[in-house]
Design a protein around this ligand. Structure first.
Ligand code: ATP
Length: 564
């Protein structure tokens, strides 16, 4: 029988959570909020916003505030795509070159003190939730940050909860071992030996000959070594080696997407997202990411990946099968696939032919998640419900597990496919729930802007470093969502603000109301509009998942039989 009290069951979970909070904190230790009076900038902003809008009190949104210094690199602009009305499937613009982002400037930027204030007043002019334009994926570039410099793991000897403990808590023994090794390495008095820094000979990719080179900077070598260890490698591989592991047939390698940094190729049944790093060559007008940034991104992906199993059973974050460090020029197979895509779609990215033999990459080997929401043709309102319950429940679980905030959940980062399954299991702190899926499978990708709390380490990206991110067009729903995030976080991107997940849920509901078509009744749209309104009152996905919109989507499973 279908549960008519899904919200009640989740409420029970919340009660259980409170009871167990102490134990949980042992593993996922929250940082203690600093005294707010120590944060004059925050106080000024809060007063300003509360004065202007007494209903929407900022202090009720704030979960924690952590003093930090603002320092980051320049960033680049986003691209705006066309408009589509409700009832009309959006048509992708093909064969047209989109605007290229500005060249990233790689110097440290100190935002002006009035920076956040300026944007708070900017978006207050806009009714953020009655928007009729949509932008494409922003071309965000920034520095991955931790609350301490990489690589300081501080795992042993101080008795504190650590990155290792959260990893152990998540039962990631192999990552735990890698982190352990890294820590041992970091504890050595001398810099690590440069045996993991390689230079490729000028031979073709198939004939890689990696030879050690002298380190240029000890910290770079350290990060590079840590990245290798995280990937379980002692030296980089060639791209060909990774490709041949996933497909023996060259025709089976097809480019399926591109981002600011990553090129995504379908390879057999998997997806290889290839991100160059550490080189001098500018890629798509950008300075390449460094080893530390890729380490952080890889680490975050692995932590999120771990939520798929164990106690959390949350399968909506894309599966990361493995992560490899590679070196060498692009091989002929990849170049061929890249050119085929370019012929059909006109790539915004630079051709990968210019990469030198010594170029390094991180290759994220991912499950194939399907088509993005932007291009996927939804058939029914049931699929809309399925999409929303899956995204909301998985964000709720990740919030509880590691204070996860995606921070960039636009319709290009929600992948959809169909399968034969009718339910999906979710588990929050040991309580199992099943949601009706109506055969729709949802995968959340791209954790570039995401934030997690991994014990004594907070991984986040300082979005304040990219003023362009908040400078998108007025009445553009995606741009407004970044500005709303700024309002919620007050520019403190290190802090925990699960409300940002709700902002993206609100964005998704808006997209489903204004940009997508599917079979629906008047009541369906009324229900969706009501959900959109109610979402504004939630402070987290965990709170939103109890919304009555989802009640009839939870099912009771008795001995594996769905009774609804
Ligand atoms: N696992 C996957 N399954 C199917 N398609 C994928 C997968 N991963 C990535 N893609 C495709 O590749 C595109 C680029 O991937 P992604 O957004 O992760 O790259 P990125 O470089 O991080 O992008 P951004 O510019 O947003 O930072 C996606 O929009 C999607 O179309």
């Amino acid at each position: 029988m279908a549960s008519t009290s899904g919200g009640d069951i989740w409420s029970e979970v919340m009660v259980t959570e409170e009871r167990e909070a102490k134990e949980i904190n042992v593993v996922y230790r929250r940082r203690k909020p600093a005294n707010i009076s120590q944060c004059p900038r925050a106080n000024a902003l809060i007063s300003q916003i509360n004065e202007k809008n007494p209903v929407k009190r900022m202090d009720s949104w704030r979960n924690s505030w952590i003093n930090r210094s603002l320092c980051a690199r320049g960033r680049k602009s986003m691209v705006v795509s066309g408009v589509a009305n409700v009832g009309v499937q959006p048509i992708r613009e093909e064969g047209k070159k989109k605007s290229r982002p500005a060249v990233r400037n790689n110097k440290m930027v100190q935002p002006s003190p009035d920076y956040v204030k300026k944007w708070v007043s900017y978006f207050e002019e806009v009714d953020a939730f009655t928007l009729d334009e949509e932008s494409a994926s922003p071309k965000v570039r920034g520095r991955w940050q931790r609350n301490s410099e990489l690589p300081q793991f501080g795992l042993k000897g101080n008795g504190e909860t650590s990155m290792l403990s959260i990893v152990e808590g998540l039962r990631l023994s192999w990552i735990a071992r890698a982190i352990d090794e890294i820590q041992l390495h970091d504890n050595e008095a001398e810099s690590p030996k440069p045996d993991s820094c390689y230079k490729q000979s000028e031979m073709p990719d198939e004939e890689l000959a990696l030879v050690p080179v002298e380190p240029t900077k000890a910290s770079e070598i350290n990060s590079f070594t840590n990245l290798l260890k995280l990937c379980g490698q002692s030296s980089p591989q060639s791209l060909s080696e990774v490709i041949s592991k996933y497909s023996l047939n060259k025709n089976d390698v097809i480019k399926i997407g591109e981002g600011t940094y990553g090129e995504a190729f379908k390879c057999g049944g998997s997806v290889l997202k290839i991100v160059p790093f550490g080189g001098d060559l500018q890629v798509n007008g950008e300075v390449q990411k460094g080893s530390a940034e890729l380490f952080a991104e890889a680490f975050l992906s692995l932590i999120i990946n771990s939520l798929r199993g164990g106690d959390t059973s949350c399968r909506n974050f894309i599966e990361t099968k493995e992560i490899r460090v590679c070196q060498g020029a692009y091989n002929a197979t990849l170049i061929g696939a890249w050119e085929d895509w370019d012929m059909n779609h006109v790539s915004e990215n630079d051709p990968p032919t210019a990469f030198p033999g010594k170029q390094c990459y991180v290759v994220f080997v991912l499950a194939h998640g399907g088509q993005d929401l932007e291009s996927f043709v939804l058939r029914s309102f049931e699929e809309v419900q399925s999409l929303l319950i899956q995204v909301t429940a998985s964000l709720a679980i990740a919030e509880v597990a590691c204070e996860f905030e995606h921070r960039d959940l636009h319709w290009g980062n929600v992948l959809l496919s169909r399968d034969e399954t009718s339910t999906l299991e979710f588990s929050l702190q040991g309580r199992k729930m099943w949601a009706k899926t109506f055969g729709l499978s949802v995968s959340i990708i791209d954790f570039t802007l995401s934030r997690i709390n991994a014990g004594d380490t907070i991984q986040f990206l300082d979005l304040s470093a990219d003023p362009e991110l908040f400078n998108g067009p007025k009445r553009d729903k995606q741009s407004e969502t970044y500005r709303k995030m700024l309002e919620v976080t007050e520019g403190c991107w290190e802090g925990s603000f699960p409300k940002t997940n709700v902002l993206w849920l609100h964005y998704l509901v808006d997209i489903l109301l204004t940009k997508k078509s599917y079979k629906h009744t008047d009541k369906d749209l009324r229900d969706l509009r009501s959900l959109r309104k109610r979402l504004l009152s939630y402070d987290s996905a965990k709170a939103a998942v109890s919304d009555c919109f989802f009640n009839e989507l939870w099912v009771d499973l008795i001995e594996g039989v769905v009774n609804n």
